[in-house]
Design a protein around this ligand. Structure first.
Ligand SMILES: *Cc1c(COP(=O)(O)O)cnc(C)c1O
Length: 388
């Protein structure tokens, strides 16, 4: 019989009944160290009491009212994100793909509303992943994700990452802006060079086009600062967030400068669920944790310890791992052996990690991991190396 749950995922045969921090338990009592965090999403770990209480309290009061009314929880979350970022205004939605769709629409609208409607094309990068809607499939570079779903919207030009000549060559009279992930997650934990990000900012200023960052995975503290762009010393014009922002509750956001945001006038864009009281209560609770004094400093410290440990594995076991990639708690181990086997070996050791392109094992633990969690993960990886 055809499965009732559509079999569009390759699922490992594990089902978890509960979790705490970086740990997950199966019904049959096995414990796993969760270095995947639901694809870089359960940012403050499983069962965080502050998040659990915020969701339970809000759910009991009012979950959803629609954007026909004021939503104080959304107003508060937007004000806090604005205070912590380059942005002047925030649009809430429910997922990363939706946030990127919103970002693309905002970029195009800003051009159209300033007499430059011909400027609709967006420069994107090889290895990019922006989501699974038709628009974000077109912005992403993975051909296989588009296979059989065409036609996807036009207007996206792909060039190699970290290559300014290619970017300059791609800019034409129809270019609206540039869109990229500061670190490609799905694409193999490939970082944009900070100098490249600076150069992109300059070229956008030079041509009066827009810089859009997809920080769906890198945002909300994942790379050791609230947003990855901070580390390059630049600011974008618009930015997409999701994944970690709700700590596991579905929430996305588009942050923009006033110059971009002001063109989404009433009626131009919308959502039923986006920014509802429950989602924004979750978002505010996550932000309480991440913005607590020294929290991000501690993320950077733990990330440093983890990276040194991973580099030692690469040095000691070059037949398993050949390189470490990424920053903060978005790290990748390039595998010398087929990724599926390495991932299965990790799972057998009780370590959950994520796949990424280019045969990279992606590690994205909750930001709240303890030093002991890190040490245990490294020990498990070492056992995988020894057995391999
Ligand atoms: C996960 C991801 C998306 C898509 O997010 P969904 O919530 O799955 O739609 C977009 N961009 C990046 C960088 C991502 O990591």
């Amino acid at each position: 019989m055809f499965p009732a749950l559509l079999p569009n995922f390759v699922r490992a045969n594990l089902a978890f009944s509960h979790g705490e921090g970086a740990r997950l338990w199966t019904d049959d009592g096995r414990t796993f160290l969760d270095f995947g965090a639901g694809i870089a999403t359960t940012s403050i770990g499983h069962g965080h009491p502050h998040l659990v209480a915020a969701i339970a309290e809000q759910a009991a009061k009012v979950m959803h009212v629609s954007n026909l009314w004021r939503i104080p929880q959304a107003e508060r979350l937007a004000e806090r994100l604005v205070a912590q970022s380059f942005a002047d205004s925030v649009f809430f939605c429910n997922s990363g793909a939706e946030a990127n769709e919103g970002m693309i629409k905002m970029m195009r609208k800003a051009m159209a509303s300033t007499g430059r409607a011909e400027r609709h094309r967006i420069i994107c990068f090889d290895g990019a992943f922006h989501g699974r809607t038709l628009g974000t499939l077109a912005a992403g570079s993975n051909e296989t994700y588009r296979l059989g779903f065409g036609p996807v919207p036009g207007g996206f030009d792909h060039v190699p990452l970290n290559n300014m000549n290619a970017v300059r060559d791609a800019i034409g009279p129809e270019t609206c802006g540039i869109m990229l992930e500061p670190i490609q997650g799905d694409g193999g934990v490939r970082a944009a060079d900070p100098r490249f990000l600076k150069a992109l900012r300059s070229v956008c200023d030079e041509y009066a086009i827009l810089l859009g960052l997809d920080e769906v995975q890198t945002g909300m503290g994942r790379t050791g600062t609230l947003f990855a762009y901070e580390q390059a010393g630049i600011t974008p014009d618009v930015m997409a967030l999701a994944k970690g922002i709700g700590g596991g509750f579905p929430l996305g956001a588009v942050l923009a400068t006033e110059a971009v945001a002001k063109h989404l006038t009433p009626g131009t864009h919308g959502t039923t669920f986006g920014g509802n009281p429950l989602a924004c209560a979750a978002g505010n609770a996550v932000l309480d944790v991440i913005l607590a004094p020294r929290f991000l400093e501690d993320v950077r410290r733990k990330a440093g310890v983890l990276k040194i440990g991973l580099e030692a594995l690469v040095r000691d076991y070059p037949s398993t791992f050949t390189a470490v990639r990424g920053h903060g708690l978005l790290l990748g181990l390039q595998c010398a052996q087929p990724l599926a086997g390495v991932q299965a070996a990790c799972e057998a050791e009780g370590l959950l990690a994520l796949p990424a392109s280019e045969n990279v094992l992606r590690l994205a633990p909750p930001l709240v991991i303890s030093d002991d969690d890190c040490a245990q993960a490294l020990a498990k990886l070492q056992r995988v190396c020894r057995a391999g």
